[in-house]
Each structure stands twice: as C-alpha cells, then as structure tokens.
Design a protein. Structure first.
Lengths: 511, 385
C-alpha cells in the first residue's frame, strides 16, 4: 500500500513544471515528501538572516558528503550576519547572496527541481531562500577519500610512487602533473543510466591521431548500461576481440605508466570511482614491458625483458612439455634424469596428465585463496600449501617430486608477467591436454593455434602482434630490447601518430 | 561460417580423442636398458642386457644394475623376449654400449649387429665393443668401482678417450661404413676384465682387427696408439723411450704426444711395383725425465734426443706394419682405399688380389720428431753432492 502510494506520487512536481517555487515552504515540502522522501541522510538546516526583517533560509545537503566546517564558516555564518536589503526578490536576491554574502569560492544558481537531487547527491550544499525561485549551489564536496598512495598491484623498486585513487579529478591532475603541456586534452563522457559515471578520455592533441580519439569516444558513447562501478565495465564494452582471452586494452594503476602511454600516442581513459586507467590500443608486447624498464639501466631492463619472455614460455609450456616428454618421448630426456624421474614416479598411482591437472588445480586454489585474504592469513595459506600439499603429498606418494618442481616453476614464472598470468593458466591447460593426447606434436599444434589467434586479433585498428613479427630495427628497439633513451628517436609506427619524431635530431648522445 | 565452425571443431576434437594415444607410455613402466651384448649367434642367439632397477625417488634415487639374458632364434626376438623376465617394457633409447663377445666376432659379426643397426629403438650413437677373453655377460656382471652400471662405466671411459688413449671408439652409425668400405678393414675397441683389489673391473684397451666381418686378431694398447698416430687422430698418448743422454747413460724418459701430422702417399715405381710413403711429423712434450741429466737448453742434446725418438717411432711403426701386413693381413690403415682413390688404375689392376699385394707392400717411412714442450722446467732436478 505504502509503496503504491509512493510510486504514484513520484515524478515531476505536481504542477507539471520542473521549476522551483518562490515559496520556501512549498519547495521544502516537495523535497521532504517527494524527492528525498524517507531519506534520513539529507540535512535541512534552517536559519534566519539578521536585521529588522529576517528572512528564512534552508541549507540542504547530504550528510557526510560535504565539508561541514566549510559550509558553516563560509555560508551559514555570513548569512546569519547578513542584513538583506528590502524588496529584493527573485534573481536579484540570488545574485546579491552569491555576490555579497556567501564567501565560498564557487556558487551557481539552479532553477530546476530535479537538478537539486543530482547536485545534492553529488556532494554540494543547496541554499534555498524564501522568496527566491532559485537554489544556490555551494561546492563543498567533502566525502571520505583515499589519499594518493603507492598502488599495491604494481609496486616498483625504482620510479614514482604515486598511484591513482578513486577520484576522477585527482586522477586527471596526477596525469597532468606528468604531462604539463597545453596539448594535453581531456574529453568527458557520461556513462551509466543510474550511476551517471563520468568518463574522461585523455590524449595529447599534437601527437595522438584524432581518429583514434574519436573512435574511443564513439565506442564509449555507444555503451548502454545502468551502472559503471569500475573501468573494467568500460574495458569489456569497448574492447576488440571480445571472445579472445588476451587483453586488447591495457590497464594501469600508475599515473607515470598512463602518461608514458599517452606520450607515445595512445589514448587513456579514466573512470570516476576507479583507480585503474585504461590505455589503448594495447598490443601483446606491452604485456612484457614494465614501467620500471624505462627507469633502470637499459641493459638491465633488456635483460629483465628477456626474462619475462622466457617466463611466459615457461609458465605456459613447462607442464605440457614435461607430459609430452615423459609420456611419449622419454628418449629425449638425458639418461640420468629419465632414470630419476622414473624412480620418482614408481609408486605414484596416477598417470602424468592427472598429476599435472591435480597439482595445477591445487596451485590455482592456493593462489586464489591467498589473493583476497588479509596478508597474515594469506601467508598461512601459502605455508599450508607448501608444506602440506607439497612435502606431504610427495612423501605420501600422491604425486612425484619432479611434478612439484614443474608446478612450482610454472607458478612462479607466471607471476613475472602479471598481465598475462590468468591467460597463461588457460593456455597451460590447453597445451597439457594436447600434449597428453599427441605428445610434442600436440603441443606444437596448440602453439600454432595460439599464434594464429594472436595474429588475427587487433586493437583499435592496430594488429595485435605489431612489432613482434618484424625484424625492423626501429621495432626491435622497444620490444625484445629496451635501447637507451637517446636511441628511441621515433614514436611507435603502428600508432600512426601525428608527430612521429620523439627526439630532435639523431640522438642527443652517443652520436 | 559460424554454423559450420562447431561441427568442424567437434570433428577435429573427436579425431584427436578417438584415435587414442598410440605411443603413450608411462615412464615408470619402462625398464631402461643401459647396455646389451651378444654372446652367441649359432645355433641360437644369446642376448644379454644390463638394465637399471630404479627405486626410491626424490632425493635418494637408487639405481641398481640388473643383468638378464635369453636365448632365441634371432637378436630381435631375443631382445623382445627379455621384456618378459624384466616384467616391464624394455626401453632401448638410453642404451650406452653394445658388446660383442670374442667368439661371435670370430665367427662373423654381421648376424649379431645387423639388428642393432636396423632397429629404430636403439640410438645410432651406441658404442660398440668386442669383449676380449671374456663374454659380454661376464663384463656386465663385473663391478665398476665408481659408476652405477658397467655400461655407464664404459661410456665414461670412452668419453675421456683423448686423455687415456689406447683404443679407438666407434659408434653404431659408423659400423656399417666401417664394414662396407672397400679397401679398408674394420677395427673395434676391445673390453677386457682386469683384477682390481679382488674385483673384476672392465677396462677398454686395445683393438680388435677384422678382415671382412671376421675378427682375425688383436692389437694391444701401445699398438692401438700407433694406429691412432698413423690415422692422424688427435690422441695424447705416452711413450716411454730409453734415451741416450750422456755418452754412456741410457735413461727411460716419458714423452707425451701433443700433435701429429701424417701424410700417406701411394707410389708407383718405375718398375711397376707399388709402395706407400708415410711421412709422420710428431710434436712431443716431455713429461718425466727421472734422473736423466738432460738440459733442454743444450741444443745439440735436444737434436740427438729428437733423432732417437724418430728412430724409436720408426721401429714401432715398422713392427706395427709387419703385424697388420703379414700376421693379420688386414688393411686397417686403408692402403687399398688410398690407391683406389688416388691411383684408380692401379687399384683396377691389383685390387682383386689386394691381400697378397698388402702382404708385400713396400712402405717408405719418414719420421720427424720435435720436442715442443718441457713442462715447467727445462732443467733436470739438481741434487748437490
């Protein structure tokens, strides 16, 4: 019954006009009984101005969404002391208040009834004055925010320790701090029927291809969704190759990484409420690049990059190759090793493939169990995993010792490329199944299939394997190796940026 | 396209899964054969094999060699029949050695080794040996002091061949070539058992000389070194030579061969007779002079030592040549091949009757020796009186 009444009363105001009345009591009545009915977090602060003819005012705001001291100091106090001239009504009154009474640094007038709802939910105070059909909006957002801290998902040994937070404005300012250039532009799009989330598209006007920016904007505008709580929503809507497990849009929690992508001619997308910036186009090479590569000595960085490629191979292929070798090609294993593996497997009741799948599953369970737990308990999980499931399983002859090595190596190598780790698990499984049916032949078939998949993909018009399939020196400079900065004179070719010259002249040093 | 994709994928998957895993095997169900041998060919083939019994696993893997043997109609059936007493599938790809007993070698080696060359289960890098004065089974049952199994023991000896010398190793893939080549006789290294602190230990020393596929005789370690020398192989063999150092003193001095260059030239003399010219240039190092008052700063003395060495080598080579030409009449140095390649008209004329030609073949020998290395000192140890 109650709900029926409410739904009946809801909607635009009874007069059919979306306008505030000049009567304060009428406006208040509508707010309390209709727009914010049964919402106890809305505060209505009623005051009177001073002077011979005090006037009624009400400051409306959502509790804890505003800075309370700020409102009382710069809005309420001057109002209480103000003596309003006689006969001021309507817009004049509003302008007088904004210009001569209220001390807050920004205030605007709104006339609409429904606008008040949006504004108050956005964390501002709205001042309603008797005899004035306008509301004065005072910016005083002050909800609880996380401070800018080092991002936990991408910690570095060397490099800036700033990370994005949940506030879009702060996030944009963090990128702008890195790229202090008037060419740095931001476009805003609103997504989400309920959440009305602001999405910012960041790019460099004189570098990024505007076609790319327009395409990104078009894709974001086409999204129809009720809520956007994280940039992951946007990512899934606008990405290419949505059925492929490989990422075609990158994400980072670091302003320096986002700025670096923008400076290369990519587009970054920030979403209000999400500390993860999206960058696009995204190619496979980027999964093997870390921002620290560019801060460390280039030789060290190149070596680390090599390690990442090797680790990706290890994490996807070791179990499959192990299975293929012990089940189909024991002649390829060195004699001493084959004898020792054979001895280790003597009392194990399961065939190799079952062992691999069981241990792989156990590893993933341990990882998944540890990820979302508080750190102290997470450590307990890994200890239990290592001792109970590793040591004891071998002693009990449930699995063989070489298998523990294979699974451990595979798991650890997976952590080297955090962006590809989840995918690596899928392909590892695929390769293991193929290898257990067809041996090395099956494994190679699987690899060929994955390479075909990769070469058929693209991200925002850029082939996904760009620079990895060619041997052009310019392409190798930032893929297999990380050459010194003064050698990287050009921006990536595949981004079709307006200005490919990154550095003036052929190198500032060494030439 | 999408409608067709699903049936296509499922067909692919089915074809993978239904065909089964025809080569699938579990590694723990394999019995790794380390070495095999043939002890008898007629009337039945006796095959011996040494395999690894593995136990433990993890940190304490134990490998215990086991020797099995069986009799059967052929080498192939015998090899397969051995899976039965083994209780596990015998796996041949990791075999190190193949032993052929002296008796089989004398009767003709082809029936024993044909299967080994042909079989795809065995690697072509298996080392082949002839057992001297013992059978393959006896060799496999002996106890090597360090290695886990006899086969590993023999394998590791072969791998340090350049350091210990005294034999020429040969792998299965070279066998066919060694026996099929025209104008050159085959040789195989020999394994024999020696007493070592009460145990019989197999060692590799010397060479079995073949004439066609039958073994006709042995060469000992020293003779095998000469053979290496004449084949131009890099082998660091030692020679102990009684060398005249002072006017009336002979001292045993040990020399090490550090480099050799050999040139074989076929000659046809004016009278139509044939000969071979061998020129040997050896570089030697001095390993031990004992009490000899030999100073290598004395140019004249060094020249004299080098001349004595040349004489020694000439004598050794002459003895060796006599043995292979006259005693065994087996052309293991490949003189026939030399003529066939360089003087084909001579080979066409005399090749039919090469055995007789070899017996009387003249060899012109020219040996040059040079001392290139004297260790850490060029002076003898001085003892004050």
């Amino acid at each position: 019954m109650f709900f029926w009444q409410r739904t009946k009363k809801k909607g635009p105001d009874p007069r059919g006009l979306d306008r505030l009345s000049s009567s304060l009591e009428t406006n208040l009545h509508w707010l309390q009984t209709d727009l914010f009915a049964s919402d106890e977090t809305i505060v209505y602060r009623r005051i009177k101005t001073s002077g011979p003819k005090p006037r009624d005012c009400v400051l409306v705001y959502a509790d804890n969404m505003v800075k309370h001291e700020y409102l009382s100091q710069f809005v309420l106090r001057p109002l209480l002391k103000a003596e309003l001239p006689k006969g001021l009504r309507g817009e004049e009154l509003a302008r007088y208040l904004a210009e001569q009474v209220i001390e807050a640094d920004s205030s605007e007038c709104i006339t609409g009834y429904s606008q008040i709802g949006d504004k108050i939910m956005g964390g501002v105070g709205v001042l309603l004055v008797d005899g004035c059909p306008l509301g004065l909006v005072v910016d005083a957002q002050g909800w609880a925010k996380r401070t800018v801290t080092e991002p936990p998902s991408e910690s570095v040994v060397r490099g800036p320790r700033l990370g994005f937070s949940e506030d879009l404005g702060v996030n944009i300012s963090l990128v702008r701090l890195q790229i202090a250039s008037p060419n740095f532009k931001t476009r805003f799009v609103q997504v989400g029927e309920q959440t009305k989330t602001r999405v910012a598209i960041l790019y460099l006007d004189n570098v990024t291809s505007l076609d790319l920016v327009d395409e990104v904007q078009r894709r974001i505008e086409e999204i129809t969704i009720d809520a956007v709580l994280d940039s992951g929503y946007i990512q899934e809507y606008i990405r290419d190759a949505p059925y492929s497990p490989f990422p075609t849009i990158g994400h980072t929690e670091r302003p320096d990484a986002a700025a670096a992508k923008i400076l290369e001619g990519r587009v970054a997308v920030l979403v209000d409420g999400s500390p993860f910036a999206l960058t696009m186009p995204y190619l496979l090479v980027e999964a093997f690049q870390a921002n620290e590569d560019y801060y460390n000595h280039w030789m060290v960085a190149s070596f680390h990059r090599l390690i990442r490629y090797i680790s990706f191979f290890i994490t996807t292929s070791t179990p499959a190759i192990y299975i293929a070798l012990i089940s189909y090609h024991p002649q390829l294993i060195p004699t001493n090793l084959v004898v020792s593996i054979s001895a280790a497997r003597k009392n194990v009741p399961f065939p190799g493939i079952v062992e691999v799948i069981i241990m792989g599953l156990v590893f993933e369970i341990l990882r998944e169990g540890g990820v979302r737990l508080p750190r102290p308990i997470g450590q307990a999980v890994s200890i239990v995993g290592a001792i109970v499931l590793g040591e004891a399983a071998v002693s009990a002859s449930l699995v063989s010792a070489p298998m523990i090595i294979v699974v451990g190596l595979t798991g650890v190598a997976g952590f080297v490329n955090p962006w590809l780790n989840d995918i690596a698990v899928l392909f590892r499984l695929l390769f293991v199944v193929l290898a257990s049916v067809l041996g090395l032949y099956g494994y190679v078939l699987g690899v060929i299939a994955v390479v075909l998949l990769l070469s058929s993909m693209e991200s925002f018009g850029v082939p996904y394997l760009s620079t990895m399939t060619t041997l052009v020196p310019q392409d190798i400079k930032d893929t297999l190796l990380r050459v010194p900065w003064w050698q990287m004179t050009l921006r990536p070719r595949y981004l079709a940026s307006k200005d490919r010259q990154r550095l003036q002249g052929r190198g500032g040093r060494g030439s | 396209m999408r409608r067709r994709l699903f049936p296509m994928l499922s067909l692919l998957l089915v074809s993978l899964l239904l065909t089964g895993c025809w080569d699938y095997m579990e590694i723990e169900s394999l019995e790794f054969v380390f070495g095999l041998g043939v002890d008898q060919v007629k009337p039945e083939v006796v095959v011996v094999l040494e395999m690894a019994k593995t136990s433990g696993g993890g940190q304490q893997t134990m490998v215990e060699p086991k020797v099995l043997s069986t009799k059967s109609q052929s080498a192939a059936t015998a090899a397969r029949a051995l899976s039965n007493p083994a209780g596990l599938r015998t796996f041949w790809s990791h075999a190190y050695v193949f032993l052929i007993s002296e008796q089989v070698a004398q009767e003709g080696i082809i029936p024993a080794m044909e299967h080994i060359v042909r079989s795809r289960h065995l690697r072509s890098t298996v080392w082949v040996f002839i057992t001297k004065e013992c059978t393959a089974e006896e060799v496999f049952k002996s106890k090597p002091p360090v290695a886990n199994s006899v086969s590993e023991h023999l394998n590791s000896i072969v791998l340090m061949q350049d350091a210990i010398s005294g034999f020429l190793p040969l792998q299965v893939w070279q066998l066919n070539q060694a026996f099929a080549a025209e104008g050159v006789a085959a040789i195989l290294p020999t394994v024999k058992l020696v007493h070592q602190r009460g145990e019989l230990v197999p060692i590799v020393e010397g060479t079995a000389v073949f004439k066609r596929d039958r073994m006709v005789g042995w060469l000992d370690g020293q003779e095998s070194d000469i053979l290496c020398l004449l084949k131009g192989l890099d082998q660091r063999s030692y020679y102990v030579v009684d060398t005249k150092v002072t006017d009336h003193g002979y001292f045993p001095i040990t020399y090490e061969l550090v480099g050799n260059r050999v040139e074989l030239k076929p000659l046809v003399r004016k009278d139509g007779s044939i000969a071979v010219a061998i020129s040997l240039t050896l570089e030697l190092g001095v390993e031990e002079i004992g009490a000899a008052p030999l100073s290598f700063r004395d140019e004249k003395l060094v020249r004299s030592v080098e001349a004595q060495l040349a004489t020694f080598v000439t004598r050794e080579v002459r003895g060796f040549l006599w043995k292979i030409q006259r005693e065994y009449n087996a052309d293991i140095l490949g003189f026939g091949q030399l003529f066939r390649r360089k003087k084909p008209e001579v080979w066409r004329r005399l090749g039919e009757d090469w055995d007789a030609q070899l017996r009387d073949l003249q060899v012109e020998l020219d040996v040059q020796c040079k001392i290139v290395f004297t260790g850490t000192s060029s002076e003898p140890l001085l003892v004050r009186e």
